[in-house]
Design a protein around this ligand. Sequence first.
Ligand code: NAP
Length: 311
Amino acid sequence: MSVIYDKVALIGLGLIAGSISLAARRAGAAGRISGTARSARSRSAARSLQLCDDITDNAAAAVRDADLVVLCVPVGAMGKVMAEIGPHLKQGAVVTDVGSVKQEVIEQVTPHLPAHVHFIPGHPLAGTEQSGPYAGFAELFENRWWLLTPPEDADPAEVSRLRRFIRALGANVEDMEPGHHDLVLAVTSHIPHLIAYTMVGVADHLTRVKETEIIKYSAAGFRDFTRIAASDPTMWRDVFLTNKEPVLDILGRFTEELFVLQRAIRMGDGEYLHDYFTHTRAIRRGIIEAGQDTDAPDFGRSAKPPAGKVD
Ligand code: NAP
């Protein structure tokens, strides 16, 4: 594979940036990779993992001469880092991000963009409940979707170059309108995380079930919830604060549906429950057939996730 960008700068050095770096290196898609992280701890971890050619505490220095800049910080910090790097970006540089919410990131970042750069927002639908530089791995994006939300006036040549880079990381690329992205992700990722956080919270509050029992007898359902509910608190706080409307919309529908199921249980309507669960089982089969998960009864037991969960 030939080099797609001579210099790639990663702003933030956690799970996603680390995985981008490892996957780009493996594919030979980046000439040089520079990186910056807020804490000395993350910078030193990234150094010991040799994630980048240069690691600095100075975001302005990291983006100097970079052809591609990838913002890999929590959604709520995107505007602040963009304001910091804006004046130091190379003429014609491409800026993208990996944030789990798109409308709010676009609103935060756009005011700080110099006219001479191309902003092509993105979101890899791949991740794990781990965070930090040590959590990254080169296979994270393999056969996962990576959505881009290019503005209408985006330079087609730059969009297609970025697509090429993302494909080199192993992902499949598709374009989506940012508002639609935020609604789709509210359904597929944000609400499922909220439900997992809630379920684990409920179990925690059940004082009549001893904590040891919850942990000792945690069967697949609860154990899966605890894995999701172990996701990074900062990242998820920001997701809910910045994708408020779609999340509240889908949460309203979820609550209505829950009441319908509650009524079916109370009324002993087994036929309704059976039909409902048959339908949801078919959705699971569809996900497996689409290659977005395996049907191995693994339940998160393997040390590294075989494929990233959708975030
Ligand atoms: P991560 O492992 O926690 O890494 C986040 C990085 O951002 C760290 O280097 C952290 O610096 C830095 N950071 C945090 N707060 C900051 C602030 N206020 N100002 C400047 N830097 C800050 O997170 P991640 O999982 O890679 O997520 C990064 C982005 O990818 C997020 O926008 C998230 O929505 C998106 N995303 C995540 C997943 C997932 O499953 N994790 C999947 C797809 C997309 P320090 O470590 O030095 O504090």
